[in-house]
Write a protein that binds this ligand. Structure first.
Ligand code: ADP
Length: 311
């Protein structure tokens, strides 16, 4: 039976501008190209998990505007259960304004719109798919109280909770104790830990995060791979070397891949290695959804590296 993943998260229309460099505050720079994509971490991780072979239910909200229809239409082309998606009247669909530079780095500003109209009561109404899933995948783009409610439902039903703390915002009391696995990059880790964590190395970040509640911590390190900590052992997973052109979607491919392999019962070490391959592949194509790799491509990369070949 395929892994069952429930994603509770944001759905966006992404406006992506390529530029030679990021503007300074108050400055305007000329862009090199423009594209419109479907995004939002909820949508991205749901699509990524479906392409990796999981049975996926996506819980989220869209505005009653043209972009809401576009996002719904794009997701309808993927093998995802969309029956829990709600349309919020008189509200715009979430928007991400993204700038990408030639090295593949990005900056993102989000106007959440309908994403922030999702409430804890909506989670109660969608409790069935959360409870039925092997893994709940949540991120930092919804109101934290709504995400916390989804996590509580999951924990009460033995659904494994993976929280990708991206972006980092204020969290209600007890939030981090509801998480089975925390996935963050270095910047997010330092923000979560607050004052004084900027100079802490990756291993220290993992240990400190675990002390806040999550049983397992996975720290993504971009082109340097990822570090994982299970409460006792700390291990590094090497990156799969790639010619990166746009890192948008790498973190989402990584988190979804981790969720799928966890739902399939893989060891943490193997799940992180598979996730590193998925993340690396996502950096080779512009945009988020178009870059999310399929299962056979990720497996082929893992096997190739397993035989010692460079990519
Ligand atoms: P985020 O996008 O959330 O900041 P990262 O940039 O750390 O996350 O990317 C997630 C994962 O994707 C990394 O842990 C790594 O395995 C893979 N990855 C990202 N960028 C590269 C790259 N340039 N080369 C190879 N792998 C990469």
């Amino acid at each position: 039976m395929p892994a069952r993943i429930c994603v509770v998260g944001a759905l966006h229309r992404d406006l992506v501008v390529r530029a030679l460099r990021f503007p300074q505050p108050g400055e305007t720079v000329a862009g090199e190209g423009f594209a419109l994509h479907v995004g939002g971490k909820g949508a991205n991780q749901a699509v990524a998990a479906a392409r990796l072979g999981a049975r996926v239910t996506l819980i989220g909200a869209l505005g009653d505007d043209e972009w809401g229809s576009v996002v719904r239409g794009a997701l309808a082309g993927e093998a995802i259960d969309l029956s829990e998606l709600v349309t919020v009247p008189r509200t715009h669909t979430g928007v991400g304004v993204i700038t990408v530079t030639p090295g593949g780095e990005n900056t993102i500003v989000v106007a959440p719109g309908a994403d922030h109209a999702l409430t804890p009561d909506d989670m109660d109404r969608a409790a069935g798919p959360i409870a039925d899933a092997d893994v709940l995948l949540v991120q930092g783009e919804l109101c934290a109280e709504t995400t916390l409610k989804a996590m509580e439902i999951a924990r009460n039903s033995n659904t494994f909770v993976i929280f990708n703390a991206s972006p980092v915002g204020p969290l209600p009391e007890g939030f981090l104790r509801q998480i089975d696995m925390l996935v963050v990059n270095k910047g997010e880790a330092a923000e979560l830990l607050g004052e004084g964590a900027r100079d802490v190395g990756p291993a220290g970040l993992c240990r400190r995060l675990a002390s806040l509640g999550p049983e397992k911590v996975v720290l993504t390190l971009g082109a340097e791979g990822a570090l994982h900590f299970n409460g006792t052992e700390l291990e590094h997973a090497e990156a799969f070397p790639m010619t990166s052109i746009d890192s948008t979607g790498a973190g989402d491919a990584f988190a979804a891949a981790l969720g799928v392999l966890r739902a399939e019962g893989a060891r943490l070490k193997d799940a992180v290695r598979f996730a590193c391959a998925a993340g690396a592949l996502a950096t080779t194509t512009p945009g988020a959804l178009p870059s999310l790799p399929r299962r056979d491509v990720v497996e082929a990369l893992v096997k190739r590296r397993g035989r010692g070949a460079r990519t």
